[in-house]
Every structure is written in C-alpha cells, then in structure tokens.
Write a protein that binds this ligand. Structure first.
Ligand code: BGC
Length: 921
C-alpha cells in the first residue's frame, strides 16, 4: 500500500496534475463483448480502454477487482479476484486468475490503472455471468415432435416443415428476485414468456456442426415473470438442424450432412427472496403442436404464415392446450452442449424502400434501392384468407419482372394469409433473403412503400470503422463492400446470402476477414468460426473447405483450409486474441503435415490445389472462365507458394508459443521449399514466375519467395503486364487479389492500385457499379453468363481492398510484430488525383483517427492516437523542418519525436493524443 502511495505522489509530481482525473478507464469488456451473459469460459479475458486529455499516456500497472455482487465491488472487495497491483502495460485480453468460476456465478468487475501521467479512479463496474458449466446441471430433457403433419414433407428435396410450438405453465409462489433461463432450441428458436417475445435475437442460436457442438443462450428474465401463474412458449424453426436440402444437385464433391427434427432443452431457475429456489425444465409434461401459423419454414425457400391459425394467448397462462400433444422426450443431439460466446443475429438496420410500381394488375415490384440481407416487414389490411406472396430477387429482367434464376433453386418466397382483423403487421422468423427487389402479389388493395420496411439482419457487432475519400467512386466501392460484408454474416461468414448455398466457404475469407475487421468488431464471430474450422478436421488431419461442414467437401488444398491459419493470425494481430493460436496450434500443424506427407512430391512441390486462382476474370465477359492459358495461374505454383506461406505462419505461431525448436523446423523446411520453388518456377532471365501471371509473381513477392536480386524484375513484370496487356485492370482471381493492392503499394506503385480502382470498364468494381451493383458481385462479369447462375453479393472479390483503404489510404495500421494496435503505423499513401482521405478505427486499445487533405503543395493531417499505444507517423514532407504540429515546429513539440527521413516521408514517433500536422513545402 505504502509503495503505491509513494508511486502515486511521484506520478503526480512528474506531471503536476490532478492524478485522479487525468486518466479514465472505460469500455470494459469481457471476451470483447460488452454484456456477456451465461458464458462458460473458465478464464474469461478482460479488456479496457484508457482515456485522457493528456498526451503520451502509457499504462504502468493495473488492478482488477472481481466480486460476486455489486455491493461487494462497490465496497472494493474482490471476493472472486483481487489481482492487486500488477506492473504491466497490458489492457487487452487479460485473463481472469481468481477463484475457480462456478456455474451461475455473477461476476462484477472494475479496474484502475497507474500510468506515466497519473493514476485513474476505479472504472465504472461491468459484469459478466457464468452459464451452466456441465451438462448434468441442466436436469432437463430434450423434447421435440419427431413426426410430421399432412401438409409437411420432410422427405422432399426442398423440405417443407412447419414450426413446432411448445408451451408450459407454472406457478411461482412469489415474484422471484432472480430468474435465469437457459435455452438451446434447434435449429432456430423464438422464446416467449407471458405473452411477450424475449430478447431481440433472430435466427438463434448460432449455427454449428450439430454433431459436434450445440450452443445455448442465457437470459435474465426476472422482469418477465409474475407472482402466480406464468407461461413460457418456445417456437422452433428448422434452421440448419433440419437440413434445407437433401442433396446438392450442382456440386459433385459435396454431400449434405443430415441432422434431425427440431428439438430443444430448457431450464429456468428461479430464486426467491427467502433463499428458496425453483426450476422449470423441459420434459414430456410440456405441450406441443405443429398446427400453428408458421406452416412452412426453410432458410432457402422462405416462410409461410397463416394468421388464421394464430391462437392468441398460447404463450400466456390459462390457454386451453387440450388439443395440443404431449411433447416427446427425444434423443439429445450428438454435439456437446455449451454456451454461445459469439453474439446472436439481430435486426441491425431498417431500410425504407425506394419505390414501388405495378407491373401488371395485382403484381407489384418493390425496390429497396439496395441489395440487402434479411427480410421485409409488411403492413396489410384485408379479408380473412387473403394471401400475400412476396418473392425476393437481386435483379430484374428487362421486362421488369423479378429474376430468381441465380438463386439456384432457393424459392425465396414468403407467404402470408390474413386473419382479416384490421391492420396486420407481419415479418418472418425463420428465413432470410438476399434481395433488392420484391415481387408482391395477392396484396389486398394498392401497396405503398410505407407498407414495407427492409429489415437488415446480421450478427450483432460493433461497427468499428469509417472511411471516406475525396473520390466518389472510391466511396461507392467502399459502400458496396460494406453492404456485402454485413450481408454475409450469419453466425458464420457465408459465401453468399441469397441462393441455395450460404455456406462458410473458407477460402472466401482467408484475407477478407482482416479487411472486415476494420469495419466491424468481428473477433467473436471469427473466433467462433476458426473453432468451426477446427471441428471439421478429420482424424487424418484433413480440413474441410466449408465450415461448419454442412456440405462435406474435403478436397485437400492449401488455399481454402489455409484460412484456418490466416484467420487465427488476423485475430492475433488485429485484436491481440492469442487463444486460437494457443488452442489450435497442434491441429494446424497436423493439417500441414498431413498435406505434406500425403501430397508433397519428392522435389518439394505441393501440387494439390482445387480451385486455382478462383474466378480469374475471363478475357471476354461472355465467357465463364478464362480460355487463354496465359491468364491462368499454375495450380502447383499456387499450392507450393501457399505451402511455404503456411510454414512461415506456423513458424511465427511457434515463436509466439515459445516453441523455438518447432519454429526452427518450419523455417528449415521453408528454406528447402523456397529453393525448389525458385528452381521450378522462376525464369531468371525474364524475371518472372511460371507463365508470368500477375498472381504468380505477386504470390512469390508477397510471401517472400523471390531472391533479393530478382525482386525488382518480378515486380516490373507485374506492373508492365497490368499496365500494358490489361490496361490497368485487374487480371487476378480471388487468390491473387488477396495480395494485390498491398503488393502494388509495398513495391512502390500505389498509383497503379489507385488507377485500377478507378477503372469503370470490365473488369473492375466501377464496371459493376456502372451496371447498377450496390454490393460486390461473385464474378467480375456478373452481368454476362454469370448473371443467370451466380451471386450479386459475394465478398471474395474484395481481396485486400478494405485493408488497403484503412492501412494505405487512411493510414491506420497495426505495426507488424505488435498486436491489437499497441504500436500503430500511420502512413497514408499520397497518390496523384486523391485529394483527401479520412478514416477511423476503434481498435481494442481505443479509437484511432486519421483525416488528411492536400492543400496545394502542403499536407494537412489530423490524427488521434489512443492511450497506451504509440504511433510511428509518416508525414509527406521534404524535411523535418517542413512539418508543424498545431502551428509549432513538430520536431520541437513535446511528445513528438523526429525519427528519420524515409523516402518522401518525415517520420515521427508520437504517443497518445490528438495531433494537427501541417507541412509547408
Ligand atoms: C462459392 C464460393 C466458393 C466456391 C469454391 C462457390 O459455390 O460460392 O464462394 O469459395 O464455391 O468452389
């Protein structure tokens, strides 16, 4: 205590300020979620941010208290954990190290820190709670209804099944002081208590491989219960538990993994003021019916709702359920029941339609003005039995009718039958659509735009980034990217949200996940997904191309399963989340050695590659794929270069885990592969790889495969071929594009990257936009052949573009070797023709801002660097004396340190704070 006191005084003297208010601690997060409830992580990781008006604030120590009640915490009693003062600058993912956490424990916590500028007060309290840590504690049965009704056909290829409605009444002697509800309802559930829907989650729980894992959600429902009679209702939809299709007609290598009829497990725990407890659990005393209003539900095909079948009061006490059946006790799902740590899906945005027109009598086309993912909420008034049909599509035919051909059999059709009782408002529960247009038929009267609203549905996550430039095309591309990214989160990152697919194709996100992490805090989702990838691993070591493995596709290649490593690396670098590397290292190594042992040739080539440089733009937009061999990148080159890259990633992971011997082993292998690769693919005289595709040269450069003396020539070949033959357009598929914008920039030609971005002819993003795209297409020629079969909402063509926007245009980058933006590199590329750019990114350490503008020959730049971080700032200037900060010479400003000149930049080191730089050339 004394020591702390002395230190405090020293801190205070040093900065001569009131140390109690200099630094605040806020934004407390457990597992990077703001209010996690019912988690089952035994050493949850705590994070916080510092805020201060002072510059150059660095944390010196932290002190965490975790208490089992708010009263104890307020009395500064950390009965669960009192970390005492720990000398450390860590403020992200600090593991709980207190008493072992038990099921149901409420954990209230706070933190205070000392810094070089003084000590903070205690933060405001934050909270997390523990769920049920063992299956035995549920003391509940899995219940369901393993039979069908005459209107249901579970055996058809497009399964038609209605929702299952479960209910249970119970008495409470008093109003409980605490009521906690645990529920796993598969495939999807809606929860009701006493006539109200509980929570705003949609399409929950999160999708998993139900053979291996099933997830439960936890709710505090204290306020929803009443003394006396209560009723709980659970509606189960099919989701992905009762498969949407029996077979995949167009995919030769995959097969659908069948699951089962919907089922649920439920436990409600009540605590009373006198200390007594009561539990309401699922068993065969519950009642069930499938004869409710949701007559059919299928994620691909849509939902059918007959409001005449509504039974008002079914979720309230006193309802006559005499005609309902007894719920069946059914076998539990194979997967282990555990708490869901990623947040659920929600309605995240609401969009008003931009127009509606009558195509022919009774057929209306609603235009949302934007390709979005979710559904439509409708207002309607009519006669009992009137039937409104909504069909969803991404584009229209020339005659104005909707086109659903590219949905590959997904019917994407919702039906609503009116009960005829005045204004009726409806939206579906257990489906979602990717669409811009809706064909409306059967609507009584004339529908107006005001009768509809687009519900934009995806995983709840904080939006962490913003980005804007002086160029409107660049801004539109960013906007399209934003809509595609958020449209493709569905508890997993999907390939596309509209057709009968919507799978977690790994390769699509290998690097895109990193770009996305600037816009959204997607840590929890991707941490969940790398676990999904791990779960696909077979005994042999083989990893699937799709996670969860709803379609069984084990083609053994480097680029798709390699996402296991690239996403784990992203989580570490962008968020400081080391857990996937710690937990899955052995499994990743097993995968790579499986590939090596099974497929590596004696001359150290990795010939296994399934997809090539997928979706390389064909020379003619009328073609499906490129025909000219000079456009096609060699598959063995792709396989081997990626094998090398994976070795380097594992080497890095081995160092992180303090396994120097492993690291050495990977390094030695990579040396051998590099030599063999160059012997096989490098044309020394011409200075290019294989057949000189941009992708072949780019992968070689980006992975560090090119011997020093050839780097210049190899890059010149990229530049020459791009500017010459391709006239500045993209020529790579999704593999090459993952390295393209950064590759051009890091090798000194950001201008080529920028020019490529400004193209409006085929192939380019501008071309898509010119054709009306409001999202990113699956194919560069998505208006040609591909239009009839392919998606208009895929993220994979983005490659590394979003990374480039944030890191190279806004100039916000985690310094290599650091994690979670503890060290920041701020280096905007100053490109002819681009007058300004501004971006902000809320990192785990706090918000980073950058806003620059060219003013004649001067450069004006305002930046914000969060507390407990430092930034290396690259200011375009011909000398340090040309730079001012807030009107004064930058190099003599306190907290701004000149480091060196580097090309066109004067490089400074700064601590946290706001800075206003201006150059005077
Ligand atoms: C998906 C892609 C995926 C690919 C792999 C497609 O059907 O939409 O995004 O990566 O298959 O072959």
């Amino acid at each position: 205590m004394r020591i702390i006191f002395i230190n405090l005084i020293i801190a205070c003297l040093l900065c001569s300020c009131n140390n109690q208010t200099t630094v605040e601690v806020n934004n407390l997060r457990c597992e990077l979620i703001h209010h996690p409830v019912g988690i089952d992580h035994l050493a949850p990781r705590l994070s916080w941010e510092l805020a201060s008006q002072e510059r150059s604030v660095l944390q010196k120590s932290y002190h965490i208290l975790v208490a089992s009640s708010l009263e104890k915490l307020n009395a500064d009693e950390g009965d669960l954990w009192d970390s005492k003062r720990i000398s450390s600058d860590a403020s992200v993912f600090v593991s709980y190290q207190g008493k072992p956490l038990q099921s149901r424990t409420e954990c209230y916590w706070k933190v205070r820190v000392t810094t070089n500028k003084g000590e903070s007060r205690w933060s405001q309290p934050a909270r997390w709670s523990m769920g049920l840590l063992t299956p035995e504690e549920w003391q509940a049965e899995w219940i369901g209804l393993d039979k069908t009704y005459e209107w249901e056909d579970p055996t058809a290829d497009h399964t038609r099944m209605g929702a299952r409605y479960f209910r249970k009444e119970f008495e409470t002697p008093q109003h409980p002081v605490k009521a906690t509800l645990y529920l796993c309802g598969l495939g999807l559930y809606k929860l009701h208590i006493n006539g109200e829907v509980i929570g705003d989650q949609e399409l929950s729980p999160t999708p998993t491989d139900y053979r291996k894992e099933v997830k439960y959600n936890t709710f505090d429902v204290t306020k929803n219960l009443q003394q006396g009679s209560n009723a709980v209702g659970v509606v189960l939809g099919n989701g992905r538990f009762f498969h949407m299709r029996k077979s995949i007609p167009y995919l030769h290598m995959g097969k659908v993994i069948p699951f089962q009829y919907p089922k649920m497990i439920f436990r409600l725990e009540l605590e009373y003021a006198d200390g007594s407890r009561q539990a309401i659990t699922s068993d065969n005393n519950w009642k069930v019916t499938a004869d409710g209003p949701i007559r059919a539900n299928n994620e691909y095909d849509g939902e059918e709702y007959d409001a005449r079948k509504e039974t008002p009061g079914w979720d309230k006490p006193g309802f006559d359920d005499g005609k309902w059946l007894a719920a069946e006790q059914v076998s539990p799902p194979e997967g282990k029941l555990s708490a869901q740590l990623n947040l659920n899906i929600k309605v995240m945005d609401v969009l008003r339609p931009s127009g509606i027109k009558e195509l022919k009598k009774g057929t209306f086309i609603l235009d949302m003005g934007q390709n979005l993912v979710g559904w439509v909420r409708m207002k309607v008034k009519g006669e009992k039995g009137d039937q409104v049909q909504l069909r969803f599509a991404e584009f229209l035919n020339e005659d104005g009718t909707i086109n659903q051909e590219n949905l590959r059999g997904a019917q994407a059709t919702d039906k609503y039958i009116l009960k005829g009782e005045g204004e009726e408002i409806w939206e579906p529960c257990f489906t979602s659509h990717g669409f811009r247009f809706v064909e409306i038929t059967g609507y009584p009267g004339i529908p107006a735009t005001g009768d509809f609203e687009g519900r934009v549905v995806y995983d709840e996550m904080e939006q962490t980034g913003s980005f804007e430039t002086s160029n409107s095309l660049v801004n539109q591309i960013y906007k399209n990217a934003y809509w595609s990214i958020r449209g493709n989160y569905r508890g997993i990152p999907t390939d596309c949200p509209q057709r009968a697919e919507r799978m977690g194709w790994t390769g699509d996100r290998a690097i895109g996940s990193y770009g996305e992490s600037f816009i959204f805090n997607n840590n929890n989702l991707y941490a969940k997904w790398v676990n999904d990838i791990r779960i696909t691993q077979r005994e042999s070591g083989s990893v699937s191309d799709i996670a969860p493995s709803y379609w069984s596709s084990y083609t053994d290649n480097m680029t798709w399963p390699g996402t296991y490593l690239t996403v784990s690396n992203m989580l570490y670098e962008q968020y400081g989340n080391k857990e996937p590397i710690v937990k899955y290292y052995d499994s990743m190594k097993k995968w790579l050695y499986y590939m090596r042992d099974k497929y590596m040739t004696p001359d150290h080539m990795m010939p296994k590659d399934e997809y090539g440089d997928w979706c390389t733009p064909p020379e003619n937009p009328a073609f499906n794929d490129p025909q000219n061999p000079s456009l096609i990148t060699d598959k063995t080159l792709i396989g081997t270069s990626y094998y090398f890259y994976m070795l380097r990633l594992l080497e890095k992971f081995a160092y992180i885990l303090d396994k120097p011997e492993d690291a050495k082993e990977f390094e030695e292998q990579s040396v051998v592969v590099k030599e063999a690769y160059n012997a096989r693919f490098l044309s020394k005289e011409a200075g290019y790889y294989s057949n000189n595709t941009v992708t072949a040269n780019l992968l070689s450069l980006s992975f560090g495969l090119v011997p020093e003396e050839y780097k210049k020539a190899v890059f010149e070949n990229i530049a020459n071929r791009t500017l010459g033959e391709f006239k500045g357009h993209v020529s790579s598929g999704i593999i090459g594009c993952q390295w393209l914008m950064r590759g051009l920039t890091d090798n000194g030609r950001p201008d080529i990257a920028y020019q490529m971005l400004l193209k409006t002819g085929y192939p380019s993003f501008g071309y898509m936009i010119g054709k009306g795209a409001t999202t990113i297409w699956e194919h560069w020629n998505g208006d040609g052949m591909a239009k009839w079969i392919d998606s208009q909402n895929h993220v994979m063509q983005l490659g590394d573009l979003v990374i480039w926007f944030y890191e190279d245009l806004a100039g916000i980058k985690n310094t290599p070797g650091s994690y979670g933006f503890k060290k920041i590199t701020m280096k905007p590329q100053v490109i002819d023709g681009l007058d300004s750019a501004k971006g902000s990114y809320h990192s785990v350490h706090g918000k980073i801002k950058s806003s620059w503008k060219k003013m004649g020959s001067s450069f004006h730049w305002e930046i914000t660097v969060p507390c407990n971080t430092t930034a290396t700032v690259y200011i375009p200037a011909s000398g340090k004396n040309k730079v001012t900060e807030n009107g004064k010479s930058a190099s003599s400003t306190k907290g701004v340190k000149f480091i060196k000149m580097d090309g066109v930049y004067a490089v400074f080191e700064v601590g946290s704070g706001n800075y206003n730089f201006l150059t005077n050339e």
